[in-house]
Design a binder for this molecule. Structure first.
Ligand SMILES: [Zn+2]
Length: 375
């Protein structure tokens, strides 16, 4: 399987690349308009239909990337249309993409074309070169500040002997390893960063859209940086120990239905802004890079069941108490249940070895069936 990672290379050539941004934006928006008119979402068909109609004074390698970019945006837009009304996306940002046939990396110099036979040169440092050495590079994305270069490698996912179950909450992420160790990662800085952003925006009194936008974008960037730092740290830690990963399948968590299923406004805000999917995608690509399997299990009942005996439990603040005598942290209990649920998942095959201290008493349908057939 192809595993991909990216590096971000800063540059100071925004003035020289400005013509590329303008041309790319025009081509993209024109491509979107034509594609919507002709009702095409296939990359190849869109390419054939509109290639001749997009004439701009930039290097022609941008054109194919731009058409493919427009085609995938059209496809996503069509899917969104089925869910409800939404306007056709319009590219406002300064951005451009170019395939690996368009640029050249020679030594530590990255050469990017702007117009035919005109180039800009960006120097790569040792860190960048160490990441790119001997690996395939893909389609780069150019912004006024950075050049994002993806690099990929073929990875095999090995069947894991060791597993870790992860329970994700608003204020912490709990990981239980199958040797019994429990790790708690504090994620409250994410919520705090969001609160700071909301406060900053609520303090703005200027009734000027341009000023508000500028402040909002600065506050949002700061918030995202803080959030990403926390999430990268967690995902790196979880994927660095060589354990296969079992996580909750949170599909549909944002579909709260009318009035949010009886939740308060604050609870809905927390639920809808917590970056579950960003954390899971980080864990996903880092696990793939390390060759580790990731399994998503249905989180139903994992927080309300005892991890030792499988009965319903009573919550006592942040702890849970069971009739069988178990008295542990609420999140620890949930992550143990997730680990146990994943370990008896049929997707694991027969290679699972359960460790002595791991809770496996919770009877799942699949486990039940095998134990019956063995008897
Ligand atoms: Zn119990």
């Amino acid at each position: 399987m192809k595993a991909t990672k990216c590096i971000k290379v800063p540059h100071n050539e925004a003035d020289k690349i400005a013509c590329v941004f303008a041309g790319y934006r025009w081509m993209f928006n024109e491509g979107m308009r034509l594609g919507a008119e002709l009702n095409i979402t296939s990359k190849r068909r869109l390419y054939e239909a509109i290639y001749g109609k997009l004439e701009q004074d930039i290097h022609s390698h941008y054109k194919s990337s731009c058409i493919f970019h427009a085609a995938s945006t059209l496809k996503a837009w069509k899917t969104n249309l089925k869910k409800g009304h939404c306007n056709r996306p319009y590219l406002k940002k300064q951005v451009a993409k170019i395939t690996n046939q368009g640029y050249v990396i020679n030594g530590n110099i990255l050469r990017i074309p702007t117009r035919p036979r005109e180039y800009v040169y960006v120097t790569l440092n040792e860190y960048h070169l160490s990441k790119l050495a001997g690996r395939k590079t893909g389609e780069i994305t150019i912004t006024p500040e950075f050049i994002i270069i993806p690099y990929s490698e073929d990875k095999e996912i090995t069947q894991s002997e060791k597993w870790v179950g992860i329970d994700v909450n608003y204020d912490n992420t709990t990981a239980t390893y199958d040797d019994g160790t429990v790790k708690k990662f504090d994620t409250s800085p994410i919520r705090r960063a969001r609160q700071i952003m909301t406060k900053t925006m609520s303090k703005v009194r200027r009734n000027d859209d341009r000023v508000r936008k500028k402040i909002a974008s600065r506050a949002g960037k700061k918030c995202k940086n803080r959030q990403d730092a926390v999430l990268h740290k967690i995902s790196k830690d979880i994927t660095s120990t060589g354990h296969g990963i079992i996580r909750e399948d949170l599909k549909g968590i944002r579909n709260l239905g009318r009035r949010g299923g009886g939740r308060s406004k604050k609870a809905r805000r927390d639920l809808n802004t917590w970056p579950f999917f960003i954390l899971f995608s980080m864990i996903g690509y880092k696990a793939l890079w390390a060759g580790l399997p990731v399994i998503a299990v249905n989180p139903y009942d994992t927080s309300s069941t005892c991890s030792a005996c499988g009965k319903k439990i009573a919550e006592e603040g942040k702890m849970v108490r069971c009739m069988c005598g178990l008295y542990v942290d609420r999140d620890e209990n949930a992550s143990k249940n997730i680990l146990a649920k994943g370990q008896c998942s049929p997707r694991l095959g027969t290679q699972v070895k359960r460790c002595g201290s791991a809770p496996a008493l919770r009877v799942d349908a699949c486990q039940f069936l095998t134990s019956v057939s063995e008897q």
